[in-house]
Design a protein around this ligand. Sequence first.
Ligand SMILES: NC(=O)c1ccc[n+]([C@@H]2O[C@H](COP(=O)([O-])OP(=O)(O)OC[C@H]3O[C@@H](n4cnc5c(N)ncnc54)[C@H](OP(=O)(O)O)[C@@H]3O)[C@@H](O)[C@H]2O)c1
Length: 275
Amino acid sequence: MTKKLSDKKLAVLGAGKLGGILLRAYLRQGLFLAKNVSASVKHAEKAAALAKELGIAASADNRKAVRGADIVLLGVKPQVVGEVLKEIAAELSENTLVISVAASVPTSYIEQRAGAKVPVVRAMPNTPATVGCGMTGICRGAHAGREHLETAQAMFDAVGRTVVVDEKNMDAVTGLSASGPAFAYIILESLAEAGVKVGLPRDVSTLLAAQTMKGAASVVLETGEHPAQLKDAVTTPAGCTIDGIMELEEGKLRVTLIKAVVKATQRASELLFEK
Ligand SMILES: NC(=O)c1ccc[n+]([C@@H]2O[C@H](COP(=O)([O-])OP(=O)(O)OC[C@H]3O[C@@H](n4cnc5c(N)ncnc54)[C@H](OP(=O)(O)O)[C@@H]3O)[C@@H](O)[C@H]2O)c1
């Protein structure tokens, strides 16, 4: 699959934060070759900087960027997807795979504007992709086959892990794993703050908090054990941990996190319709 991708022409439309993370990872890993990659952004000066930094063709011209592309990665904001598709529709065909990372934008919305039979895959990655530790949910549209899903999966596996979900669950993926890093940073920052409160230097405290969260997450991923069982194993009868857990329960940490994801999921369904 990797070898096949390096022969393909990729156009990244909207190479901003997320598009830029993906683009840089692909070039660094040789998943795609610079000579086969083009990108677009809104501002011409940003395009020039991108072209210089990455050695790719970059411009503010979406139509030019997609010409001859095998894969078009849409990295623009949800509200801009419609106008970008209008510009590029004439360049798309059933041989062009369109992958959209835009929150809230259904595959049917893209299909209606992309033209007949254009295969569409919708993806929802997250920013830890920057360090190869991303989490992406993907689903396919009406004209995308297994090979299109495999191509998209290879592109997101390159920056972390990928899970295939039904499209009805994409807003939930957005609310949990795409917004989730922000929630995790707040928890991490609070733990580090707590370390400072109990006398640790801030750098040591941040290291302890970050490595502890990474370690706990790694155990869940590697053992597949239920988090509650793993929590029980840390909680010695009449020890320190249970006292801390009582504070968490009193502060309603669980229900607060659940509500955060529910709200973010609801919001994920609204973005497309805003100007
Ligand atoms: N950030 C995340 O954590 C995350 C996670 C999952 C999915 N997403 C999705 O990724 C998409 C981009 O988010 P982001 O955070 O990367 O935003 P961003 O940094 O603002 O990137 C958007 C990019 O689109 C470009 N752009 C704007 N209008 C354009 C047009 N008409 N034609 C071509 N390019 C245009 C902008 O160009 P300029 O730089 O010149 O302004 C910018 O580079 C969104 O749809 C979002 O839902 C983001």
